[in-house]
Design a protein around this ligand. Structure first.
Ligand SMILES: Cc1ncc(COP(=O)(O)O)c(C=O)c1O
Length: 385
C-alpha cells in the first residue's frame, strides 16, 4: 500500500481547513490541479478559439484514465454527458418487446436509474422493485429469487445515495452468476463509490458499470462514464446515436448509422468539452493518491466518526460493518434542512436526502473533521430523530 500523507493531500484543496467538507457524495472538493485544468481550458479558448484536436485528445485522456482506474480496456468505456445519458443509451439497446422484458430494480437505486427503467415501459418493459431489508441492505437472495428467463437486466446500486449501505463484492458476484446463468445482464451504478476504493468490474463480473466524475472522482459535472463488458458491446446497438458514436467520426455520412465497434457507440454528439480537462485532472489526482490509500483513509475517519457518534448516543442510519458501508454517514433528523443549515453555520458542509443528513467523507477528511461533525450534532441534538 502506498504511503499516504494526509496533510500533503489536504494542502491541495484551498478550501481546507476553512471548511469541514463532508459533501463529497454531492460534489467533490476542488483541488488545485482541477482548478488549473479549468483555467487551462479557458486559456486555450482565449488563445486559439477552437481546438478540436486538443478537445478530442482530452476526451481520449479521460477515457484512458477511467480505463486505468477500473482496470479495463479504453475501448470498453464510453464517456457520456452524465450517468443518466449512459443509462439511456444502454436502455435503448435492449429489446423489451419479447418474453425477456423484465428489469429488476432495487430500492437502493438513485432515482435517475429507476426513472429510466420505468421509461422503458412504453417499449414493453416490466419493472420489478426489490425491497431493501430493515437494515437497509439489499440481500443477494432477494434479488436472485426474482431472476428467471424473463429477466433482461438486473440494475444494482453499489452504494445507496440515501444511507450509504454498500452491496458487498460477494453479493454482486453471486447476483451476476445467477443472472448470467439465466441469460440476464447486470448493471452496477457505482456513482456513490467510484473514487473511494478500487472497483474492478471484471472481477465483480458485472456487464455494465456506470458513474460520473462529479463526486469522489474529484472532477466536475456534465460528464459521466459507462463501462460495457467486451463481447457484449457488439450485441448492444443503441437506438440513441450521433456523430461521436460512429465507427468513423469523420465519415459525415448522412445515409447510414454505423455505430462504433467500441463502447463509443453509447456516446452521442459533441463531447462535454469544458468538463473534460477537470475530469481528467480529478481522475489523475485519485490515481496518483492511490485507491487503496484513499479507501484506508476514508475507512479510518468514518470509523472514528461512527465511534464518536456511538459514544454520544447519536443514532446513525448507515450500516456499522466496514464491509457493508460506503463513504457516507447518514443521520436521521426531524428537520433535514434545519440540521444541514445548522452545520453550515459552523462551516461544516453536508447535504440531506430523504429525512437524513448525509455526510460524505473523502481522503481529505481527517479525524478533526470527524470530531467537529460529531460535536455539531451534539450541539443540535434537538433536531435529531
Ligand atoms: C448513485 C447515483 N447514480 C446516478 C446519479 C445521477 O447521475 P447524473 O446526474 O450524472 O445522471 C447520481 C447523482 O447523484 C447518483 O448518486
Amino acid at each position: 500500500m502506498s504511503t499516504f500523507d494526509i496533510d500533503a493531500f489536504r494542502a491541495q484543496f484551498r478550501s481546507l481547513p476553512r471548511l469541514v467538507y463532508l459533501n463529497s457524495g454531492s460534489y467533490g472538493l476542488l483541488a488545485d490541479s482541477v482548478a488549473q485544468a479549468f483555467k487551462d481550458y479557458l486559456d486555450l479558448r482565449m488563445r486559439r478559439g477552437a481546438d478540436w484536436g486538443a478537445w478530442v485528445g482530452e476526451l481520449e485522456a479521460v477515457r484512458a484514465g477511467m480505463a486505468r482506474l477500473l482496470e479495463v480496456e479504453a475501448d470498453d468505456v464510453a464517456i457520456t454527458a452524465s450517468a443518466s445519458a449512459g443509462l439511456n443509451a444502454l436502455a435503448s439497446a435492449i429489446d423489451f418487446g419479447g418474453a425477456r422484458n423484465r428489469i429488476l430494480v432495487t430500492d437502493a437505486d438513485f432515482p435517475t436509474g429507476a426513472q429510466i427503467w420505468h421509461a422503458q415501459e412504453r417499449a414493453g418493459a416490466q419493472v420489478i422493485h426489490v425491497p431493501e431489508n430493515a437494515d437497509h441492505m439489499v440481500s443477494a437472495d432477494a434479488v436472485t429469487a426474482l431472476i428467471d428467463e424473463r429477466t433482461a437486466l438486473v440494475a444494482l446500486s453499489h452504494v445507496c445515495y440515501r444511507h450509504g449501505a454498500r452491496l458487498p463484492d460477494e453479493a454482486i458476484r453471486r447476483i451476476c452468476d445467477v443472472a448470467h446463468a439465466h441469460g440476464a445482464l447486470v448493471m452496477l451504478d457505482s456513482y456513490q463509490v467510484v473514487g473511494t476504493r478500487p472497483i474492478r468490474p471484471r472481477d465483480l463480473n458485472v456487464d455494465i458499470l456506470v458513474g460520473g466524475m462529479l463526486k469522489y472522482l474529484l472532477g466536475t459535472g456534465g460528464i459521466g462514464f459507462l463501462y460495457v463488458r467486451p463481447g457484449l458491446i457488439d450485441r448492444l446497438v443503441p437506438r440513441t446515436s450521433g456523430w461521436f458514436a460512429q465507427a468513423d467520426i469523420d465519415a459525415m455520412n448522412i445515409f447510414a448509422n454505423d455505430p462504433s465497434r467500441t463502447a463509443r457507440r453509447f456516446e452521442a454528439g459533441t463531447p462535454p468539452v469544458p468538463s473534460l480537462a477537470p475530469a481528467r485532472a480529478g481522475i489523475d489526482l485519485v490515481m496518483e493518491t492511490g485507491l487503496d490509500a484513499i479507501e484506508a483513509q476514508i475507512r479510518q475517519v468514518t470509523r472514528h466518526a461512527l465511534d464518536g457518534l456511538a459514544a454520544e448516543g447519536i443514532r446513525y442510519d448507515n450500516p456499522t460493518d466496514d464491509a457493508r458501508r460506503g463513504p457516507l454517514i447518514s443521520i436521521p433528523t426531524h428537520d433535514q434542512h434545519a440540521l444541514v443549515a445548522a452545520l453550515a453555520g459552523r462551516d461544516i458542509v453536508t447535504s440531506n436526502r430523504d429525512g437524513r443528513l448525509r455526510a460524505g467523507f473523502h481522503a481529505y477528511n481527517n479525524e478533526a473533521d470527524a470530531d467537529a461533525f460529531v460535536a455539531a450534532l451534539v450541539a443540535n441534538r434537538g433536531l435529531l430523530a
